[in-house]
Design a protein around this ligand. Structure first.
Ligand code: SF4
Length: 200
């Protein structure tokens, strides 16, 4: 099932979760980004004709039986923290309804929103988990594979991970399984920080 606003898929179901697709913008341009190879995932077209407001998202969520999902996950075809206020508003609305909410992110949030205390605001909104794309064992490889917009994105991503952990948000790092990436070294980085690790 996918619910559309006009032509857009702003949510979709998979793995017992509800996934939210609220932007197609990103602060990276990863060589492995699925946006370059497909219009969507699981048969859902994730290209948006416009970015939904938090009111639009909540209006759609109100029509669903949320109790059947394990968690609601901000993910989709872009970096959710580019729309930080919408992430916060919808997270707050969901956590008031006892839903677990996860953010899948590239970890650039503090570069994207330099005047904000992003992790504190996410924690305050009730975010329960965050999954951060580590993607490389070195800054050099990261810049080659992820082609981030901002300088120091690799360091910002590592700092964001530490902050999320310190804030008490359940935190994990992920990598894409591809030959260029040293999975074992990435796992070591995650474990040295003290977070879970997942190959996606
Ligand atoms: S961070 Fe995610 S959405 Fe952005 S380019 Fe990389 S894979 Fe695509």
């Amino acid at each position: 099932m996918a619910k559309k606003t006009a032509m857009d898929t702003i949510y979709y179901e998979a793995h017992g979760n509800l996934y939210l697709n609220i932007t197609n913008q990103c602060s990276a341009n990863c060589v492995f980004c699925i946006r370059d190879f497909s219009d969507g995932v699981y048969g859902y077209n994730l290209r948006l004709s416009h970015e939904p407001t938090d009111d639009e998202i909540i209006r759609e969520l109100e029509k669903l039986d949320l109790s059947k999902y394990k968690e609601v996950v901000f993910t989709g075809f872009g970096e959710p923290t580019i729309r930080l206020d919408e992430v916060l508003g919808v997270t707050h609305w969901l956590t008031e309804r006892n839903m677990a909410v996860r953010l899948d992110t590239n970890g650039h949030a503090n570069l994207i929103n330099p005047d904000r205390d992003v992790v504190s605001e996410l924690k305050e909104a009730g975010l329960s988990a965050v999954s951060i794309s580590l993607n490389a064992e070195s800054e050099e490889l990261y810049n080659k594979l992820c082609r981030p917009v901002y300088d120091n994105s690799y360091q910002a991503m590592l700092d964001f991970t530490r902050s999320a952990l310190e804030a008490g948000i359940q935190t994990r790092m992920t990598v894409v399984g591809m030959p260029e990436i040293d999975i074992e070294k990435c796992e070591l980085i995650a474990h040295e920080i003290g977070v879970d690790f997942h190959v996606r």
